[in-house]
Ligand binder design. Sequence first.
Ligand SMILES: [Zn+2]
Length: 362
Amino acid sequence: MTTSTLRYALVSALVTLGLIVGTASSGSAATSPTLTAKKTKAAVVFGSGLKAASTEQPCQSGSAACASSKPQLSLAWSSAASTAGCRFRLDVDWGDGKAVQSVKLSGSEQAKVWTVTHNYAGNVAARRAYAIGATATVLADPQARGCSIESAGLTFTLMCTPTQLVSTAWGAKFPGGDSDISHLNDTFRPGVEKFVAAMTKAGITVSPQSTLRSPQRSYLMHYSYKVAKKQITPAQVPAYTPVAGEKAPKVCWVFRSTTGALDNTTAVRAASTLLSSMGVDPSLKTPPALRSRHNTGDAIDMRTTWTASTIKIKTADGKTVTISSGPKDGTNARLMAVGASYGVNHFAPAAVDRNHWSSDGR
Ligand SMILES: [Zn+2]
């Protein structure tokens, strides 16, 4: 004899749970003035029977707007009148693929609140919406008092914690991207040092921006660029795939409002802030590579500019090259040819990544 009425309510905040448990376990719930005492039958309804505090999420109305960043969720059932002798069973499918949880409830002489609690996984991948179904059954009604209990269905959205969400802290956690030429690998570095020396001698101002970069930082740069430029949605960002022994950035790209609704505006803003905090050239026309020559110390981003109308610069084999045409920066074709003589090859097409030089131009 399961009631067909579905009434939605949810106690998601542990603070609230604390209140309820405190009331229920004290054994004197009948005296509690907070229980609504409309029904006099032995009816168990879904919901704590407590009036929602004003700061609480509107989980009492079944509006499918129940959301929390806490992975422990409690559902409550309550009776305002005596349910003595009644016996109930709840079969709760928490929606996370785990086995259905069966819980037996025994009636009580006094008004009572029963809670059923579940722990969801707390990792970033588990931060999503769950469809919960609780089927309620009356097992026994020996005193023929009309025992009844409500089934329930609702959606609970487990949100990311502030620590998991995209912020500039993630860039700091996975450093690299410093401008130190000595961090380049032993094969590439000597050519860079000689090329930089030749440029400096020719009157070119060289300022290295980024050399060795961890693959985790490349991942953060690549996807914060794509999200910031709205090339993909935050939900489309895949998890980092670590190779053996690597530490994965367990970062959450999906932002939600307090009701659990997607908040892509905030997500795009956060990705954009992370991107600039990692020193990515704002004129970059392509996402920083997911796996790049920077990861192996085979690339350097450096700004190169000059003001003289003509400069003379030496190639690796000692020839002098005169440059009197523009542009007066690293995208100059003649300067790129000089760089190539040192084994320092500019990215092509040059305008797409203006400051990137590597062992093979990639
Ligand atoms: Zn680069």
